[in-house]
Design a protein around this ligand. Sequence first.
Ligand code: SAM
Ligand code: SF4
Length: 348
Amino acid sequence: MSSVRVALTRRPSPGDDLGGALVDRFGRVHRDLRISVTDRCNFRCVYCMPEEGVRFLPRAQILSYEELARVARVAYGLGVRRVRITGGEPLVRRGVDSFVEMLSAIGFEDLSMTTNGTGLERQAPRLAAAGLRRVNISCDSLRPERFPSIRRSGDLATVLGAMDAAERAGLSPLKVNVVVLAGVNDDELVDFARFGRETGRIVRFIEYMPLDGAGSWERESVVPATRIVEEISAHWPLEVLAGSDADPYAPATRYRFVDGAGEIGVIPTVTEPFCGTCDRLRVTADGAIRNCLFANEETPLKTLLRSGADDAAIALAFRLAVNAKLPGHGINDPGFLRPRRSMSMIGG
Ligand code: SAM
Ligand code: SF4
């Protein structure tokens, strides 16, 4: 227990919830974990990383797959049932399929990955065989000439090939993540909706969040969810998916095309925060629990993991992190402070 005291930001106090599921002070039950396996990436998307001068974590600070799997197993014991592997770019870390296998053995109800798709064409069968259920592939433009200007690398054909390969390997339903940037790709909303209708893929439009590595986010660059829905609805009427079809904890508001040609998701983090139903936790590649994308405080696990602490100590760290979770992310509050780490360092 002494190692817990060294590593945690504060000691447990009588008000802390130390039994049962991961319930925070506002009654939110945490069942969803995102694990970042690396802060490295082969892309430099304009909304995520600066073009140059990125400093990556030293390798010694990155948790091994065994360490990350142990953290996941403890989280499972605390009621977490969905896990997503992310980064940085998870496919640039060697042997990620072995990590998938470790997570799969734990028994999560859902095991997914968010990726930019590079290398997926080759790796998809292996990942599926290891137990990966589905993938979200990021793709912010369907115009070959525009694609690299947003992602500063890669090409559209490769990403479309990755989508086909993922589906061939059974990684479905396939979701396509689109970060919508005012004046950059917001003239493609209808094109993306058509793409989703024609391919059966679920396109998820994400509001641009103040987590870019360059620190140049501004509110004017955010395309509000209402505009996204209105514009697509004018072509193909949409209705909100409600009741048993909708997951109340999902960050995306789901809409179905009234004519039955599939669905889209819209993630309105900035203009319509959904913090009241947030059930997610994150673990960074260097082993810090983050209770919110925008949190300014983290609960470090690395020292615990490397100093012989038992599983109960790791569980306690999770409980303290959950207990410290704030009611909301505060992006729209006057005193909002961006977190020290940007998206690629946290794991989106
Ligand atoms: N490299 C992988 C990828 O791009 O899919 C996984 C990690 S990436 C950080 C996870 C997701 O976060 C991607 O869909 C990406 O588009 C999104 N993202 C990154 N920066 C963002 C920002 N500032 N606002 C909104 N979404 C962002
Ligand atoms: Fe890399 Fe993904 Fe960030 Fe783009 S969004 S720079 S692919 S981590």
